[in-house]
Write a new protein. Structure first.
Lengths: 124, 176
């Protein structure tokens, strides 16, 4: 009877340890697999971000479409209002491309007056 | 507003250099405990080569940690990035002379302020600048204390996070 209790307690302990470990070392969010909190064009997104309470869009996944107005090593500027940093450098679009991309909104860059998104990937 | 100041004359020496892919890494690890380190690869910066004015902005959400949970705690509990989404450094590089820059690093002092977690503190840090293939490379290394920015670290984890945080920044500034 006592041995059985110990055995059950041990199983619970092992399960708890595995669950704890999985919680502590959980994977990073896969932005491309998430549902977007906003879908629309870059200008609309820029206006929405500047007018709304920041918390509604910050750290949320968004889908933006527009024309690429600038490209640099880190990412691309869309419609002169959104800067997107790409997860995969090979996906970096070319100037004047019409793109739709999905990324995570990380805030407003007041030096360049651009709403910034990171972990961006092209959406077909 | 800062951009208006920097959009200056058409004088060749009065260039506005910029980047949106500056890299900032900070580390606050304590020996034999888990690594506390994060890197941000999308830091913005602008340098006015005529006045030596420098500004850099890092959106807190952009700091990436190896451990996802640590990143979550950093944003939600320590930096409170939903309330204070950005970190800004604004200052002036003392005695800056763009004409004297070479392909070896020249050291200058950057005097200014750093705003983080809603608090602003003065900073005076050495920066190394050099010219490389037409771009300007700026690097700096300094220490910050979380307490100076009212970043509260619970006593439970205080021993696992260093008292001072080592910050390294590297920018490749290009002319617009």
């Amino acid at each position: 009877m006592k041995r059985r209790t110990i055995y059950i307690a041990l199983v619970i302990l092992v399960v708890a340890i595995i669950a704890g470990y999985n919680y502590m070392y959980q994977d990073h969010r896969d932005i491309q697999k998430e549902q977007a909190a906003y879908t629309g064009d870059a200008s609309g997104f820029n206006q929405l971000y500047l007018q709304s309470n920041k918390e509604t869009l910050l750290n949320k996944t968004v889908v933006i479409s527009g024309i690429v107005t600038a490209v640099e090593a880190g990412g691309a500027t869309i419609d002169d209002v959104v800067f997107a940093s790409f997860l995969n450098q090979t996906e970096l679009p070319k100037l004047n491309d019409k793109v739709t991309l999905k990324g995570r909104c990380i805030g407003y860059d007041e030096l360049f007056e651009l709403v910034t998104i990171d972990q961006a990937g092209l959406v077909d | 507003m800062l951009i208006c100041i920097l959009c200056g004359s058409s004088n060749l020496s009065a260039q506005k250099l910029a980047t949106k892919s500056g890299v900032i890494t900070f580390e606050a690890s304590v020996a034999s405990f888990e690594e506390v380190k994060a890197t941000h690869s999308n830091v913005s910066a602008i340098l006015n080569t005529e006045t030596g004015e420098f500004a850099s902005l890092a959106l807190v959400n952009g700091f990436r940690f190896k451990v996802a949970l640590m990143e979550e705690h950093f944003n939600e509990n320590y930096m409170e990035s939903s309330v204070y989404p950005k970190t800004i450094v604004k200052g002036k590089i003392q005695d800056f002379d763009a004409g004297l820059l070479q392909d070896q690093f020249t050291e200058y002092m950057l005097k200014g302020t750093i705003e983080m977690h809603g608090k602003t503190n003065q900073i005076l840090v050495p920066v190394r600048i050099k010219k490389m293939d037409g771009d300007y490379v700026l690097e700096t290394n300094f220490e910050l204390s979380p307490a100076d920015f009212e970043i509260e670290i619970p006593s439970v984890v205080a021993s696992k996070i260093a008292q001072t945080v080592n910050v390294t920044a590297m920018y490749t500034l290009k002319s617009k």
